[in-house]
Ligand binder design. Structure first.
Ligand SMILES: [Zn+2]
Length: 553
């Protein structure tokens, strides 16, 4: 810690000198002082509260989460932000249907030449969980459809030449080697399900391949099945993004995938290799499958926390720059090393703590930023970006008045910050914003270093993108100025030993709140630049996301 602290001071001094030496840098503009009001110790304090065992891991729709939401609302109130949730409160209630898979009623049977082979729950297969009905049953022929992606604008179609109508589709996770965000978009589960339904499929099987196993292993998925899955409920009572046309679904383990593909004319290795090369084959399988699921359904709710800082410009204050950070984590779950509370300190007490400091820093400005700002702590992120999806679909201000979203999730404050990876910035004029902010802080910008992890669809900015709102998710990058500090190794080690485990808590070594504050400066400047610019952010011309979603505004 001491070493990192000393390093940070050195970097900060270099940075200040650099800024002073560059002509035309806006030194002394109001943002400079406001930004430096962000306090590392306040970030630490808020994280310490939110990641405390008493909050029981802030699982969506649990008491621990409710306390966290009350805490955020109280802080926003004390900072002087106004309530911007439902009915003049800080809370936007999100109605959910929870789905608890019941192992006893689950079955997966492969029928080859009249011979039934039962796969085993938990070791061979896991049921998908069907929010639309208590009991699901589907039986039919199976067709393998590669990634299950149809992307006409990229001249790509896994369904070409196969007939999925009335059939169960089997597919692998991931997507073709499109550019980073597009690859992420097409790998997203909702997009694949919608595409399967559009092709007439009645069931879905997710095969396991080494890529999926490395990102989200079968054993992790099994562990996560102990927590209920969630879907949010539309005003008409139907479930959002939940397709009743699919009457059954399951995921297979790596071993079961190999067994499943036996006799298909293609070995699992061939199938994996073709997928890895980005050109999977599609072919019908010579057997039928029967999937049975049973689940307990319950209607619950959990709030987003929404606070407003009114802008100072008479016209621009009617528009909103939205900061988001997810407040939920995984709650209480299977014990690991004797601990069952998934505290979620970096994921994402860090983001919520930074959200509070940003709110405080902007609220102290006089005059305040020109545009209004919304600070939104969302629920249900870990269950599939649900709280942000609900907010972006049903915002508490007019959707067309939301100009941009900047999302904060899992600030890796474990090494000195040298560069930023601005996920999604390349699609809109926010690209210029992140350039400006990074130059001012003497930070570098880096491209997505691991497109296979599809990070662009794994946090809440994606919910805003899908509503046509330009969004960016900046994260600390992996560059280092010190050969003894290797951020990629630190991060990989963190992922393996703490990510989504009870060990992501305040006791973990290496939490460096000065680095968190430095990262917060970057996010602050992004928000500041967006709120001051007389022109609102725009999608780049012919951008995929702009073309697909801007009409939703
Ligand atoms: Zn997470």
């Amino acid at each position: 810690m001491a070493k990192l602290w000393v390093r940070w001071v050195c970097l900060a001094v270099t940075c200040a000198l650099f800024i002073a030496a560059v002509p035309g840098q806006p030194v002394g503009d109001p943002a400079e002082a406001a930004m430096h009001a962000i306090r590392p110790e306040a970030i630490r304090a808020a994280m310490r509260f939110l990641a405390d065992d008493q909050l029981e891991g802030r699982g969506t729709a649990t008491r621990g989460y409710e306390i966290a939401a009350k805490y955020m609302a109280s802080e926003f109130e004390s900072i002087g932000l106004s309530p911007a949730g439902d009915a003049s409160t800080y809370f936007q209630k999100v109605p959910f249907r929870s789905v608890h898979v019941e192992a006893a009623g689950a079955a997966f049977t492969v029928i080859r030449n009249g011979q039934a082979e039962n796969f085993l729950f938990g070791s061979d297969f896991l049921p998908g969980g069907d929010a639309n009905r208590k009991e699901s049953l589907v039986e039919g022929p199976v067709v393998y459809v590669g990634f299950g992606v149809t992307a006409p604008e990229l001249n790509y179609d896994d369904y070409k030449g196969v007939d999925a109508k009335g059939k169960i589709v089997a597919l692998v996770f991931e997507a073709p080697n499109f550019a980073s965000s597009l690859r992420a978009h097409y790998s997203s589960f909702e997009i694949k399900v919608a595409n399967a339904v559009a092709h007439g499929a009645v069931g879905m099987i997710i095969l396991n391949d080494p890529v999926l196993e490395s990102i989200y292993s079968f054993s992790e998925r099994k562990r996560d099945l102990e927590r209920p899955g969630l879907r949010w409920i539309e005003k008409d009572g139907t479930l959002h993004d939940s397709f009743p046309q699919l009457k059954g679904g399951a995921g297979l383990s790596l071993e079961a995938t190999k067994k499943f593909l036996e006799g298909s004319g293609h070995t699992a290795d061939e199938v994996f290799q073709a997928a890895k090369e980005g050109k999977p084959l599609s072919f019908p399988l010579p057997f039928t499958v029967k999937i049975r699921e049973q689940q307990k359904l319950e209607d619950v709710s959990s709030p987003n926390v929404v606070a407003r800082l009114e802008g100072s410009d008479p016209a621009l204050k009617n528009e909103y720059m939205v900061f988001s950070a997810h407040l939920d984590h995984l709650g209480i779950g299977a014990p690991i090393h004797g601990d069952s509370i998934y505290n979620g300190a970096l994921d994402n007490a860090s983001g919520c703590a930074i959200l509070l400091e940003l709110a405080r820093a902007f609220a102290q400005m006089n005059p305040r930023p020109k545009r209004s700002m919304l600070f939104v702590a969302v629920t249900g992120e870990e269950e599939g970006l649900l709280g942000s999806d609900y907010f972006a679909t049903n915002p508490t201000v007019s959707k067309k008045d939301i100009v941009a979203n900047v999302n904060i999730d899992e600030d890796q404050m474990l090494w000195p910050l040298v560069d930023i990876i601005p996920f999604g910035a390349e699609h809109s004029s926010l690209g210029a914003v992140v350039k400006h902010a990074s130059a001012r802080l003497n930070l570098e910008l880096s491209p997505d270093p691991m497109p296979e992890e599809v990070i662009f669809v794994r946090s809440d900015q994606y919910s805003f993108v899908k509503q046509g709102i330009p969004a960016v998710y900046p994260t600390p990058g992996f560059k280092s100025n010190d050969p003894n500090i290797k951020p990629v190794e630190i991060f990989k080690n963190w992922e393996a030993t703490r990510y989504h485990q009870p060990q992501d808590d305040m006791q973990q070594p290496g939490l460096d709140f000065n680095q968190a504050a430095k990262y917060a400066h970057f996010v602050f400047l992004c928000g500041w630049l967006i709120s001051q610019d007389p022109t609102r952010p725009t999608w780049n011309e012919h951008d995929f996301f702009g073309d697909h979603y801007a009409h939703k505004m």
